[in-house]
Design a protein. Structure first.
Length: 280
């Protein structure tokens, strides 16, 4: 540092003080570093938001919205529709077949516990077959009837009542799994995932496919707790007209259709993805 030396100080020794120009240069260096850091942070934040926008735009958001089901007001009839759709999505079957089968239920007006019980086993099998659900038609028809009987018996056919009776998040999942002869983890996760902003006790852990896609896109690290990390990302980069469930559903679509199958060469998020797989 350039210095001005002033003599005649205490003890006859010279003391050195920085000149005004040195102080100015040091100050400006600090300003430059802070400005550079702010620019990097601003670029990073814009980049993350653009990635989320593209993800939802290209892959799609909530499945319930795609089916024309409005969960936003917490209306029991709409929640039941999503419950039925979740049961169809929960089997190891293609998404398109599950959607087509739900549309068959919709076409026949079988969208309530009462209607399902009234339709009976044979009628349900026909609807499932018409939707392309033939592989699981018999077992699904049986399970649906058992689930509806319990739903009517214990909760008057209203899933909102089931939610009200749950003590906490874990109890809610247990009550759902206890319907009929049991509902699987995958179906419960699908159902509750899109009810996060509707039911206060709906807070399932993200599926492995969501976590896989989120890590590939650099949203979360291997050491972070996935759900809290993803919620922080969303709160910092919210998209107008969308909510966290859209973000989560888009990650699920990416994980299921591309990350899990290692279709990196066809992935619409290839430019943003940090996956280092070399496509052969």
């Amino acid at each position: 540092m350039r210095e001005t030396r002033l003599y005649g100080s205490e003890g006859g020794e010279a003391k050195a003080f920085p000149t005004p120009i040195c102080k100015y240069n040091e100050y400006m260096h600090g300003v430059f570093q802070k400005t550079k850091l702010l620019s990097i942070c601003r670029y990073y934040m814009e980049n993350v938001k653009n990635t989320i926008k593209k993800l939802i735009s290209v892959l799609g958001g909530r499945f319930s919205e795609e089916l024309g089901i409005d969960l936003s007001k917490g209306i029991s009839t709409e929640i039941f529709k999503w419950f039925l759709a979740s049961k169809l999505f929960g089997a190891r079957i293609g998404t398109n077949i599950a959607i087509k089968t739900y549309k068959e239920f919709e076409r026949h007006g079988v969208l309530s516990p009462e209607k399902i019980l009234e339709t009976g086993w044979d009628g349900l099998v026909r609807i499932l077959d018409d939707g392309g659900y033939a592989r699981y038609d018999f077992s699904t028809a049986t399970k649906l009837l058992e689930i509806m009987k319990d739903l009517k018996k214990f909760y008057h056919g209203d899933l909102n009542k089931l939610h009200e009776m749950a003590d906490d998040e874990d109890d809610l999942e247990d009550l759902l799994k206890g319907l009929g002869k049991g509902i699987g983890d995958v179906t419960v996760n699908i159902f509750l995932r899109e009810l996060r902003s509707v039911w206060k006790r709906a807070n399932p852990f993200p599926s492995e496919l969501v976590i896989l896609a989120a890590r590939n896109l650099g949203f979360i690290s291997q050491t972070e707790e996935p759900l809290s990390a993803l919620k922080k990302i969303w709160l910092a980069h919210t998209i107008k007209g969308k909510d966290f469930s859209d973000f989560e559903a888009a990650l699920l679509r990416l994980g299921k259709d591309f990350c899990k199958k290692r279709k990196c060469d066809k992935c619409p998020m290839g430019e943003e993805c940090g996956c280092k797989k070399v496509v052969s």
